[in-house]
Design a binder for this molecule. Sequence first.
Ligand code: ADP
Length: 401
Amino acid sequence: MKYQLVNVEQHELLAKGICERVGSAEAFHKHGLDKNEEVIDAKMADHDDAMALVLESLTSGPAKAIDSLDEIDAVGHRIVQGGKYFDRSVLIDDDVIQKIDELAELAPLHNKAALMGINACLKHMPDVPMVAVFDTSFFQTLPPKAYMYPLPYELYEKYAIRKYGAHGTSHRYISERAAVVLDEPLDELKLITCHLGNGCSMSAIDHGVAVDTSMGLTPLDGLMMGTRCGAVDPAIVPFIMDHEGLSTSEVNDLMNKKSGLLGISGISNDLRSVRDASEKGDERAMLAYDMYSNSVKKYIGQYIAVMGGVDAIVLTAGVGENCEKMRRMIFTGLQPLGIILDEEKNRQRGFEREISADSSQVKIIIIPTNEEYMIARDTYEIVHEQMRVDGAVFDEEPALA
Ligand code: ADP
């Protein structure tokens, strides 16, 4: 369970932390900003216990950020699957909770965990308004030709099987920031956004509107990832089940947790370990690098075709922001498409930055993602609007930093 306490008006991060391995004997809690971060071994039987620890750390102890919970005006929750119901963030009420639960079938691990977080907040802060920010809502603008699968139409009608996408909050954030960095209005740009972390996804954003994305009904589709296989020939699934005698949940596990960089390299899902092994000549590690970069390259080609061109390619997350070798491999050979990486800029470290050559027609930019800020900003705007509707009086109009 990851969290941040944010003063949205001042664009200020007050505290952050994470409760890891909730429910296991090895559970621990990291809390505090970089300089005063502390790691606490803590017993957390469930998300409810974890939430109690988080709230205690926010209001007491060496890294406390506020004097009392009364200072928290609202809570924003990241929800992976919003299905067809949510094309934007919403205030959480009983109906929203019921729909998040109903959609859990499409994201079982994530939506159920999010509900535990919502219920824990309801218990500990019953009067604080809460907002749900969905990973899928940014992609509700996809046209049917992009979100439909060529399966019998009745399956769509019966089960709503279609592409929903994921990582939408990140793609929305980096596309907005890219427009600022490029100093062009977002609605005049064709962007390809690449979130390359443990989970990986790419999107085509045409004049500010998402028109295609690589993740599908679930976050398993699309690019090769840390432990997920991404798109494979669907006939492989029944083949493996038959030949290895696997159940549906076992084959699901194999594709979600044992594939990708880990499955190919046999070393790790962490690209740093795969890189170290590839530099020592490990052939499977080299193959993993080749396959990963090739899968990103192919989506770049697809999305240029979908949008009829591209103005900028935006990279984010652990691999996109930090791995100079992967970026070099992705962009090698794309010069005929007007995409030229500047080797020197690619080596430099920094925050938001351009790494394309001056002669490149297409800009390549790195934007560190900030999903938490997006969640906090949506929450601020929705709760503020609700207070206005409810007739709350403001001394002065709050301004977003
Ligand atoms: P998540 O999707 O879990 O939020 P991150 O965005 O933190 O993931 O990305 C994790 C991935 O980023 C890992 O594969 C990790 O190896 C990779 N990564 C982080 N830093 C570097 C680096 N300096 N060089 C290469 N890969 C890196």
